[in-house]
Design a protein around this ligand. Sequence first.
Ligand SMILES: *[C@@H]1O[C@H](CO)[C@@H](O)[C@H](O)[C@H]1NC(C)=O
Length: 353
Amino acid sequence: MTAMKGGMLGRHMRLLGVQFAPLRVPLERRLQTLAASLWFITFGFGNIIAGLVVLAILLYSYYLRWLLLPYLAWVWYDKDICERGGRRNMSTRSFIGWRYFREYFPLRLEKTVDLTPDRNYLFCVFPHGVLSAGAFGQFGNEFAPFRDMFPGLEPYVHTLHIHFITPFFRELVLGLGGCSASSKSINWVLGAPGVGRAGILIVGGAAESLHCRPGVYRVILSRRKGFVKIALKNGTPLVPVFSFGETNLYDQMHNPEGSLLRRFQEFVRRKTTVAPVIPIGRGYFQYSFGLVPRRSLVTTVVGPPVEVPKISDPTNEDVDKYHKLFQDSLTTLFEENKHKYIPNADNTFLEIE
Ligand SMILES: *[C@@H]1O[C@H](CO)[C@@H](O)[C@H](O)[C@H]1NC(C)=O
């Protein structure tokens, strides 16, 4: 049996290889852990849970069914809102749980330049991580310093289109300021002249989450060019944004490329757009396994924008040119900041695929 370190009330206790949480934890920290775990369950399983609830009501509840049907009709009628900027709700964005969620890791936001609110921007966030805690924490609620740092800018968080089709869950994602990541939706956000909109796009998407491993910064960018084309059409600057520490929040079940598990995950992702990551975090009472993210600092750094000309019908050469400029500026942002925010920075490099 492994020796107990520091005793029952010490910082950690190990038993049979499992590292336990101390017994005496301040209420504040317990609430943070609760918020972080509920965040994961909500956004990791929101589509499935809401889908099952709808199915159960339709199949088993005679009375609720008649309330549900008009709601489903309304969802159908309302389905385009996610491609017209969404419908943010300040009470949803100000829900106190998001504050505890932010303080759990904690999440920090840093800027390298000021951005004037007389134009729109496309914030391109890397890496996706398992569930983009950094992007949600900084742009999807009102407890982030975003509005103080970038006065006049309004964030529009682009996320999977399927989230806006799922009944109930869609209302939450819309309330938080979410809208679809489709090109039509991004065009809508960037297309309005000079109103200080910041589209938030996690370019690598769900596919990148399958690469997520602690200490590894492997992003999908070379083959993602659509966002550059949309930026060119609107003359919108591309702002590189990097969340240092995002990949440390979870490990995931060993899934090297070509393995049976990885092929299955890619198959599900292609069919549903959602990547079935099997995350390994911590639990409520021990640190060795579970679905709760690890308590580990995430610093999201907003880099200097890459200016892009307005070209109504960009050629492939135009797209490649600005894609290359963006890729270089992302690498520069990573290299210039890694020593401040990650351990072992000398041996950590941004891998772009
Ligand atoms: C925002 O959400 C709250 C409850 O979550 C609701 O009471 C309120 O009416 C909503 N506001 C708007 C403008 O939709």
